[in-house]
Design a binder for this molecule. Sequence first.
Ligand SMILES: NC(=O)c1ccc[n+]([C@@H]2O[C@H](COP(=O)([O-])OP(=O)(O)OC[C@H]3O[C@@H](n4cnc5c(N)ncnc54)[C@H](OP(=O)(O)O)[C@@H]3O)[C@@H](O)[C@H]2O)c1
Length: 249
Amino acid sequence: MNTPSTKIQRALVTGGSRGIGFHITEMLIKQGIDVCIAGRNSEHLENAREKLTADDEAKQRRGKVYIVPIDLEKPDAPQKLIQTAGENLGSLDLLVNNAGISLNLPLEKTTIQDWDRVMHINARAPFFLCQEALPWLRKSAAPTIIQIASVVSHAGYELQSAYSASKHALLGFTKAFAKEVQQEDIRIYTLSPGGVATKMIDSVRPDLDQEDLIDPQEIANMIWFLLTHRRNAMIDHITMRRVKKTAWI
Ligand SMILES: NC(=O)c1ccc[n+]([C@@H]2O[C@H](COP(=O)([O-])OP(=O)(O)OC[C@H]3O[C@@H](n4cnc5c(N)ncnc54)[C@H](OP(=O)(O)O)[C@@H]3O)[C@@H](O)[C@H]2O)c1
């Protein structure tokens, strides 16, 4: 059997300092792909880079890791991030829109500031990151975007009205955008997880049994599958739910 491979050589992963983004980054650099990771906290980014490059034995085969401290809530962040990532990496084949925040509040108690924050980070930033990344991706041999959405892109969960709205927005613009660039063979995949063992789920759903949660490594494995199956089958969207959820949404 052939080892799966990809033409992707350079990637930007937002929110790569921990959780799902960290595992995606680790998977990419183990495959020799250079990755730029972005997040707000520079110390966390430095720690992640140290962990990702610590394995001496594998270093030869590993991709390089660049870090960009940036707050994606800011309106000019997408433009600045793509420019900096592009300059560091030299080119861009893959954008992973992973950074996101959750909000666990009844609609009645959600403030305008809460709403704006969630919408800006989870929906506006990925929208304009896609826009800014396009000129770079058009020069790539395997232009690809991966959107980390959520099961709440498809359903409404109580106490998550603003979060659900932001993830519906992410999915909605992605569907339209994918059609706009389809003829250019820019592949856009949306992955909708539910219940992944990260810091985010710890704060939002401390009631969940750790045993039932998805290992973030499984998300990274699914992404590797998508990146290495660039064939004539069009895969748009994948939902991955924790073990004890009923099948289908
Ligand atoms: N965990 C789950 O069960 C689950 C389920 C469905 C969907 N998701 C989605 O998966 C993605 C990753 O979630 P996760 O569970 O890995 O979360 P996490 O552990 O909280 O990690 C979030 C990452 O995003 C970065 N980030 C947050 N706000 C940011 C901002 N304003 N600007 C730049 N970076 C920012 C964080 O770094 P800093 O804090 O340093 O900024 C961190 O690297 C999110 O989009 C989330 O909605 C998660």
